[in-house]
Ligand binder design. Structure first.
Ligand SMILES: [Mg+2]
Length: 367
């Protein structure tokens, strides 16, 4: 099954890839969100030419050869572009075999518990508590993550005292029986992170994400060793050498690879496997309702060291409305705090025609 045609449909926020083989089989994948137009340019310049004419069933081999061939260009854009190819080929394979991707990985369709994931810091403790409690009461979600510190904040909070206020306030409002997580998005030095970590321990928070600048693996390890609660991270890390350092150094308790930042399913499964060997849980990062959350769902239903829940963005009405109409049928309905991995072949989605009509189009195909 040789790859014959690679078409991208993108906006600056998100870009889909349609792969077609010589025999007309097709699959849908996606470059990671944000600056997706740049990722699609990289795709056609540095990824598509290696894929054209290649065997569509050798996904891992092809992904590895692309990284090797483009060795002078490591880093996020190559991986974002490769992720589109990998995810499209998994969809294609699932459709060819009549199985959902999770079944190709040894998993089963079925329900998954979600944690409601806040993306906001421009929100007061009272307003954050109110909206999380509303989702608890209306959708039955029983785990939530909210934000502390400031993104790469170097110990400076979003505003003075916000972290000290929002941790106890939201925790108390959510009450017992709810799993509580926070994310610092690279906000703290080790000393400040450990101080915040004590506050989290005192208020029943069980997951402290990305406490230190993510590239400072040793700083993160210091926090992990000092605290009794789980320290987690890895969403930004797109090179397997970084993952060897994070997992080998036991810098976190829980790994959070992002399928579309990391370059697709094959590389994410490799990180999950490395984590399993080290006895670590894997809870993939999936912070928007593009394809990445579906990728995380199919992985969580398949791997032996899956974390207890799926990251589920709650931001539609606020900052991610662009994600609301991407698919003909939205695969992310929550009932009783759970989403469902369907038994439809591949990813089980169709990209919405209205999106495709408005998107910028580019194609690489055999001459
Ligand atoms: Mg995060």
């Amino acid at each position: 099954m040789k790859i014959a045609k690679l078409e991208t449909f993108c906006t600056p926020l998100i870009g889909f890839l349609r792969v077609t083989t010589e025999c007309g089989a097709q699959g849908w994948g996606q470059v990671s969100t944000y600056n997706a137009d740049i990722s699609c340019t990289v795709f056609h310049r540095q990824v598509a030419r290696h894929a054209l004419g290649a065997d569509a069933t050798d996904i891992a081999g092809l992904v590895q050869r692309i990284g090797d061939a483009e060795l002078k260009f490591p880093g996020t854009y190559l991986r974002r572009a490769t992720g589109a190819l990998d995810t499209a080929l998994w969809d294609l394979r699932g459709k060819a075999e009549g199985k959902p991707v999770t079944a190709l990985l040894g998993g089963t369709p079925g329900p998954l518990r979600v944690y409601g994931s806040s993306m906001r810091r421009d929100i007061t403790a009272a307003d954050e508590a109110a909206r999380l409690c509303h989702l608890r009461d209306t959708l039955g979600i029983d785990a939530f993550k909210w934000r502390v510190g400031k993104e790469a904040g170097r110990d400076i909070d979003k505003w003075p005292g916000r972290t000290e206020e929002i941790v106890p306030h939201v925790s108390k409002a959510l009450g017992d029986g709810v799993t509580k997580l926070v994310d610092a998005n690279s906000g703290f030095s080790p000393a400040r992170a450990i101080e915040v970590g004590r506050l989290l321990e005192d208020h029943g928070i069980s997951h402290f994400e990305e406490p230190c600048p993510y590239w400072e693996h040793d700083w993160t390890r210091q926090v992990t060793e000092a605290l009794s609660i789980d320290v987690t991270g890895g969403e930004q890390d797109c090179e397997l050498s970084s993952w060897q350092s994070i997992i080998g150094g036991r810098c976190v308790n829980v790994v959070q690879p992002d399928v579309l930042y990391l370059g697709g399913m094959c590389r994410t499964l490799e990180v999950a496997r490395m984590a399993a060997e080290a006895g670590m849980t894997c809870t993939p990062h999936s912070a928007n309702h593009g394809l990445v959350t579906l990728c995380a769902m199919h992985i969580l239903r398949a791997i032996p060291n899956a974390g207890p829940y799926l990251e589920y963005s709650i931001e539609g009405p606020y900052t991610q409305q662009w994600a609301d109409h991407l698919f003909v049928e939205r695969p992310y309905a929550v009932r009783d705090g759970q989403v469902e991995v369907s038994d439809a072949p591949g990813w089980g989605i169709e990209v919405a025609p209205a999106f495709l009509e408005k998107a910028a189009y580019a194609v690489t195909e055999a001459a």
